[in-house]
Design a protein around this ligand. Sequence first.
Ligand code: ATP
Ligand code: MG
Length: 242
Amino acid sequence: MGQNGAGKTTLVKHFNGLLKPSKGRVLIDGIDTRHVSVATLARKVGFVFQNPDHQLFSETVEDEVSFALKNFGFDEKTISERVEKVLNILDLTHYRKSSPFMLSGGERKRVALASVLSWDPKILILDEPTIGQDSYQKERLRQFIMQLNQQGKTVIIVTHDVEFVTECEPRIILMKNGRIIADGDAREILTDPNLVSEASLVLPEITQVFMRLNDYGFPRNVIGVYEAKRLILERLSGGFMR
Ligand SMILES: Nc1ncnc2c1ncn2[C@@H]1O[C@H](COP(=O)(O)OP(=O)(O)OP(=O)(O)O)[C@@H](O)[C@H]1O
Ligand SMILES: [Mg+2]
């Protein structure tokens, strides 16, 4: 996370070798990215661009999603199963015969994500995945990302969307002017007003409320809705309302 121009996209483009370091080195699972092609790294590191139009080119959604699978040499049956599965996960099944370019911005973004998910990379990089997604699609996406994470995949998300992040409670790395300015748990980073403002973010809404409730004995570092609910119910059952 971090302000516009902080260097987030530049950094993550190094993870699948789209950019190579001019100094130092980037190791992915011990492999120096300067010594392998983007095509080889892509099998392991799936990258979904900030702007889907930099990624899409096929005539139909179905072709787009199966393109990489064909290139990677999967057999017909596997391709059809995988395409079916990701179209379903990303709520795109009814668009399978449509041109990606006829779809809305948010739908195109999901097609770009589907095409990368189809080959099941071990590491997934999503640059601003929530832009253009309505709250229903965002929640679906969040649940799916959590599922991938539980399956042992590494998911790296670049985002300005504080509320999306709080419900996932991930490790957060904050960037500014091409450098890392903080690295820690969501709770630690997103409830620090100085850090949050330095990275041109806002405090999560729940945190803003709980900071104002600090005088009433509530903790300041609350970020999640469910935690907030539990704290409030505890207080209510502790005699406050009786
Ligand atoms: N190919 C390039 N050549 C020169 N400068 C570049 C290039 N790509 C990006 N930059 C510059 O590097 C800086 C970081 O850009 P980057 O796209 O990584 O920012 P970002 O953190 O992803 O921002 P945003 O939140 O706006 O997407 C910017 O100042 C940008 O102008
Ligand atoms: Mg960017």
